[in-house]
Design a protein. Structure first.
Length: 572
């Protein structure tokens, strides 16, 4: 409802500015071009997903210091905190990163975003960077037309940089032209009233533009052209820092519980950092003056000093908040608990990660394991067994023989209300995720879809098998009862071995366990055929029992085979 009101008002205001002022038109065009550049750069780095960026994030977040440094370094390289956030959320959801590690990366990412201000103030204000923009865009387009994925990624990055440089130049020209006819600096507000007014303006600008980097570029170009005074620029920078948290918080509303927790952590960090910067604004400004002299920034290089201030107060925020990360993790763990692991809904598939090939593959794999866990539950109950009884036992035969028929499970209802929904979500997400994937990655998605199909087919088979299990386990004929118990034992043993694979993704005997499953499948098939023939010849079972047992042995073998094939794909 709010969007329906605000967006039309903003569009009308934007149209008015574009029609009424040539200078405003140039500045707004500069912002738009800058944002296009940011989008191209982010898309460019997505082409390298599955490479160094993911490995760094996965392997360098086991301590607070390492995770903060990793967040700083990765954001400084890719110049996109939103891309880092996407990968972090996907890794957090997939269990590849702890919540404390993810929070550390986000804190470090806040420092990393300040490199944008350094680049703009160091190069954008001192040289005519527009002259470098055109060659970058031209070569970027050429690279983008080639078939090689990594070359296309470089092409996108070059196009992005070109548009960013071009956008900065447009903003510079717009403010320079504006100054000749209208001087905004005359309306500077001093004191804490000015602090609050300009912080609010920084927040509003960032929420509207949806990019703190673009807002900082706007502030720096306005400062360099003299349209705003230095202190007001510092206040706008604080507002931009707070504003970017609000945009992240809004974006997280469509995310899962992990994404929301991370957004809350980001909000807490930026709010604390913002409050500290507001309270100690003038002492911090004095500190920046001292540091600037020490590192060779002259007193009148206000754009460079603004970049330094941006870094100092974000660094100060990290120093203040990072010692409390453990307590923050405990608090965040109490939030959004109602969203945890519902078998009715996917818990790893998230629109936030769908455009990152490596993250999407990770999510699909984890969701199929979630599907498998649900399948194991219904298969076990259809066998009239509890998973925790036979998975932790070295004597499955005894567990099966001592079980009873007290478990009541409607496989049809379980399939319709849980499994079918989850399976459909996996297939839908898998299809959409392939847009930015290589042929090899698409092949892996296809294999994972086959694994999920095998799991679903196994459930359909257990639905048929359950009908006769419930009948013949009550039979007075011990021979037929023993044979159905053997079917239960074979399926339970298979599930137990596969369950061990889940904790053995990188262990040396992974292939050995898969081979063991395949050998058991063949051995069981031979034994069952011979045993049924023997029972028929000796008249130990009736012809009706024999027909049922032959059909149900086939169902059991299919269940085992499908589970093995799925496990072989998932944990290969």
């Amino acid at each position: 409802m709010i969007k329906k009101i605000i967006y039309p008002v903003l569009l009308v205001a934007l149209a008015y500015l574009l029609l009424s002022s040539e200078e405003s038109k140039v500045i707004i065009a500069g912002i738009a071009i800058f944002l296009i550049g940011m989008i191209f750069m982010e898309d460019g780095f997505k082409f390298f997903s599955g490479g160094f960026l993911e490995r760094i994030l996965e392997n360098s977040t086991n301590t607070t210091i390492k995770s903060i440094f990793t967040g700083f370094l990765s954001t400084s390289i890719v110049q996109s905190s939103s891309l880092i956030s996407i990968i972090v959320i996907s890794f957090l959801t997939a269990g590849l990163m702890s919540l404390s590690g993810a929070i550390g990366v986000i804190f470090g990412s806040n420092i990393g975003t300040t490199t944008t201000a350094w680049i703009i103030s160091s190069f954008g204000m001192k040289i005519n960077i527009a002259t470098y923009a055109m060659p970058m865009i031209i070569f970027g387009v050429i690279f983008k037309l080639l078939n090689e994925k990594n070359i296309q990624g470089i092409g996108n990055i070059l196009i992005g940089l070109g548009f960013i440089f071009l956008g900065i130049e447009y903003m510079k020209d717009g403010f320079e032209t504006l100054k000749s006819g209208f001087d905004l600096s005359k309306y500077a507000i001093s004191g804490y009233l000015g602090v609050l007014v300009y912080i609010l303006l920084g927040i509003v600008a960032t929420v509207i533009i949806q990019s703190s980097s673009a807002t900082m570029a706007l502030i720096i170009t306005a400062l360099a052209s003299g349209q705003i005074i230095y202190m007001n620029a510092l206040e706008l920078a604080i507002g931009a820092n707070i504003g970017t948290t609000i945009t992240a918080l809004i974006a997280s509303l469509a995310s899962n519980s992990n994404g929301k927790r991370l957004a809350i952590a980001h909000l807490i960090f930026n709010m604390i950092t913002g409050v500290v910067a507001i309270v100690f604004l003038y002492p911090l400004a004095s500190l920046v003056d001292v540091i600037a002299i020490k590192i060779g920034i002259s007193d009148n290089e206000y754009a460079m000093k603004l970049a330094l201030f941006h870094t100092v107060f974000n660094l100060l925020g990290v120093l203040i908040v990072s010692p409390f990360i453990k307590k923050l993790v405990v608090y965040l763990g109490t939030l959004f608990t109602s969203e945890k692991s519902s078998s009715l809904k996917p818990i790893y598939l998230d629109d936030v990660v769908i455009k990152i090939p490596d993250a999407a593959l990770n999510a699909i794999k984890k969701e199929i394991i979630h599907l498998f866990d649900n399948a194991v539950e219904v298969i076990s109950h259809a066998l009239y067994l509890h998973r925790h009884n036979f998975l932790g036992s070295d004597n499955i035969e005894a567990v099966v023989k001592n079980s009873n028929l007290s478990i009541k499970t409607d496989v049809n209802e379980f399939y319709s209300n849980k499994i079918k929904i989850l399976y459909g979500e996996i297939i839908h997400f898998s299809s959409l995720s392939q847009e930015n994937m290589s042929d090899e990655e698409k092949k892996r998605v296809y294999e994972l879809k086959l694994a999920s199909r095998d799991i679903v087919e196994a459930i359909k088979d257990i639905r048929e098998l359950q009908k006769n299990i419930s009948i013949y386990l009550k039979s007075n004929n011990q021979d037929i009862k023993d044979e159905y118990n053997n079917l239960r034992i074979n399926i339970a043993k298979t599930i137990k071995i596969i369950n061990e694979l889940k904790d053995c993704e990188n262990c040396e005997d992974l292939e050995l366990k898969i081979n063991q499953l395949n050998e058991n499948l063949k051995e069981n098939d031979d034994i069952n055929s011979d045993k049924i023939d023997s029972l028929i010849r000796k008249n130990q079972i009736t012809s009706k029992m024999a027909t049922s047992l032959i059909n149900d042995s086939n169902y059991a073998q299919n269940i085992i085979k499908r589970l093995i094939e799925a496990a072989n794909i998932i944990w290969k």
